[in-house]
Design a protein around this ligand. Structure first.
Ligand code: NAG
Ligand code: NAG
Ligand code: NAG
Length: 329
């Protein structure tokens, strides 16, 4: 073979590869977190997204000096609301840079959003209508059916509830009161001066047949760790109060939870729970889904932020002129 031909063959192999790698590295996305949620700074040393979550090409930083190079600047709502952090509205916004509004609270707890007209390009929340949806948890299919889950056998309490902020006027408090008139409900948490430390939480709840996964706010799709961790991971059956049954069924099997709204009265719910706890076979059926799914919790802000990168290319280009209206969707 003539050497010229060899060179052409060589180049025709090398060039596309070089281009491919150049393209990969140039596609690295820089995400600047303007301030840490709830002032809890986490370690960002090394390639956090790659090392912890196997997400490549995702540079997560909290160094404001990198502002002009950031593809996305993330603002967590809570600190803006409390005015501990101000939006850097005086800064020039490089072409293509997008500002992202982030909150995992329900609309009721986010409060007024009117002041943010025309500032943000993206939203990130638990809501499916957000540009980046970050649920509190989800079920992941197991590759193979397996019986690696066993129902805790040490159940001694019928119904348990952990509540840190008890407000009489909330519907969940009224439901609890009524239920407690019918069947015994064990209550834990600061509000009743029976706090549970982090390491006692799941072992304590695992001893209950049922757990009241009552959200602090009833809002579409607002389903928190009260379902995923406190109930599902503890190995108990959740009695849910929050969004509609339809919203729960969108993320969890029909027969994995009991919805407060399924019953004509709270007395009827109480009777149902009492009977169900006495019927081992029927009670066990509420755990059948464990054969096919396992619970994935999302608790680390770094993981949530790294998850922006895989969807970066498909994020829409827009300006939120009315965040409040979007939130109402
Ligand atoms: C983001 O929003 C700002 C403010 O409304 C706007 O000026 C900018 O063009 C938007 N950027 C992108 C990339 O959509
Ligand atoms: C009850 O049993 C479960 C496992 O079956 C265990 O994880 C938990 O610690 C036990 N709870 C107590 C209070 O012993
Ligand atoms: C719940 O019921 C128990 C037993 O009937 C009762 O002693 C307790 O005071 C009730 N709790 C509340 C907060 O009403």
């Amino acid at each position: 073979m003539r050497s010229g031909k060899k060179i052409i063959i060589f180049l025709s192999i090398i060039l596309p590869c070089a281009f491919f790698y150049w393209n990969l590295s140039s596609r690295s996305v820089t995400i600047l977190l303007w301030h840490w949620p709830f002032h809890t700074k986490l370690n960002l040393k090394g390639d956090v997204c790659l090392l912890n979550y196997s997400i490549a090409g995702c540079h997560l930083t909290d160094e404001r000096s990198l502002y002009s190079n950031a593809d996305i600047v993330v603002f967590h709502h809570h600190e803006l609301k409390s005015k501990r952090v101000k939006l850097p509205l005086h800064l020039f916004r490089p072409a293509g840079q997008r500002w992202l509004w982030m909150s995992l609270e329900s609309p009721r707890n986010n409060g007024y959003l009117n002041q943010y007209a025309g500032i943000f390009n993206l939203t990130m929340s638990y809501s499916p209508s957000a540009d980046v949806t970050v649920p509190y948890g989800r079920l992941m299919s197991k590759e193979e059916r397996s019986n690696d889950f066993t129902i805790p056998q040490n159940k001694t309490e019928l119904v348990c509830w952990v509540v840190s902020q008890y407000q009489r006027r909330q519907r969940r408090s009224r439901v609890y009161q009524q239920l407690n008139n019918t069947i015994p409900v064990q209550v834990y948490g600061h509000s009743v001066k029976r706090p549970l430390s982090k390491d006692k939480l799941l072992p304590t709840i695992s001893r209950c047949y049922f757990y009241l996964s009552f959200e602090n706010s009833e809002s579409p799709h607002y389903i928190t760790e009260k379902l995923w961790r406190n109930a599902f991971q503890a190995g108990t059956v959740p009695v849910v109060l929050g969004p509609s049954r339809k919203d729960y069924e969108a993320v969890a099997p029909t027969n994995s939870f009991i919805h407060v709204d399924d019953f004509e009265s709270i007395d009827a719910l109480g009777t149902f729970l009492k009977d169900l706890a006495r019927d081992p076979e029927r009670y066990r059926s509420y755990f059948a889904w464990h054969q096919n799914y396992r619970v994935k919790l999302y608790t680390d802000w770094r993981e949530r932020l790294c998850n922006i990168c895989p969807v970066y290319d498909s994020l829409p280009h827009k300006i939120y002129h009315d965040l409040k209206a979007w939130e109402g969707c």
